[in-house]
Design a protein around this ligand. Sequence first.
Ligand code: FES
Ligand SMILES: [Fe+2]
Length: 415
Amino acid sequence: MLSRKENDLLTRVGPRTPMGELMRRYWLPALLAEEIPAPGCPPVRARLLGEDLVAFRDSQGRIGLLAEHCAHRGTSLFFGRNEDCGLRCIYHGWKYDVDGNVLETPAEPKGSDFGKKLRHTAYPCQEIAGMIFTYMGPAEKIPLLPRYEWSGLAPDTICPVKSYLACNYLQGIEGDFDSSHTSFLHNNSLRDTERLKRDGAPILEAEATAYGMRAVSIRNAGTERIYVRTSPYIMPSFSIVPGPPTAKFEEDDIRGFRFWVPIDDTTTWLYILNMRRKSFAEEERQTLRSWIDTDYRRIRNAGNNYLQDRERQRTVSFTGIDAVNPAEQDGCATESMGAVCDRSREHLGYSDLTIIALRKMLLRAVSDVAEGKDPPHVIRETQANDFSRLRSVKGILPVGSDWHKVMEGLGANDG
Ligand code: FES
Ligand SMILES: [Fe+2]
């Protein structure tokens, strides 16, 4: 349980809020590269941390992320003309480059240098792994974009998707750090009668790491065996979750790096960067996005009660929500808490141990920034910037194994 004040601190992300300031110290996904696929293509809206923005790819392929409303009198640049090396407002023709410079003010008298005195809000962007990242914090505090496994992968081995979540980001990412729910919410086979008895109440651990935190869950897995899963929480709101148990760790499994990015206090983008060693066939790519419509909204959403099937809930699965991606079931659990969950009314138990640790860490990070310090995982030196071996791992091991060691062998390295 949190106090109302703490809950507000963790969930409000607009400009000049403490959590908003923390989030603005990191590179965050702003959109998918496919949304602005080619030089000179139409601009798109990209609301982020409560700020209305417009993204465009100029005629030379450079990416711009500008405040949506024209500096002149506020017309939306979303309707603008993407012209030679700049975006031009349709009202009086002011033209901006990707850095926010006002290149032309054609309605002003000839020779006017009015535009030169202005600079429109523009955030720097980097395109990597089919995603466009931006940094919205103070220019003098700009960090490096950490190097993760996906930073070096070939385009045919990655498949990023995004989906809209109609609630605060914290509800989303808390689900990634909450191991016990997987035995219930994601139980897709009621026939597996042993599953609840075996899995329902794992032993939990939360460990502080250089990048944030690592949640560990340990379950009984039959005679003399344990099932161990580790999930990294990466500052400020990213995670890697393991897939379902398999007898041995499969390097060719699809893995998902997840980014929970606040659109504002009550809505969120979940970016899932699917990756693996083999390339994705076109059919596989279609399946990976088959649960999302063309506006990146989940086909199962609150408006249709997540297409829950009560008969299947009685006979087949715990939820009656047959998911292509577990995020469809997570979406029902987290959105139905309300737009911003009131954490002063919770009743937390042992199963929430990792979530409690996570909230404490975030509250500490918020006060670090308020005190003028760098929060965790703000990287400025290239030699401290290799997180490419960071993984979420799972494994079924003999009881009494030194699982820390085994997991490191499987790639749970902290980078
Ligand atoms: S409002 Fe954009 S140019 Fe006038
Ligand atoms: Fe989940």
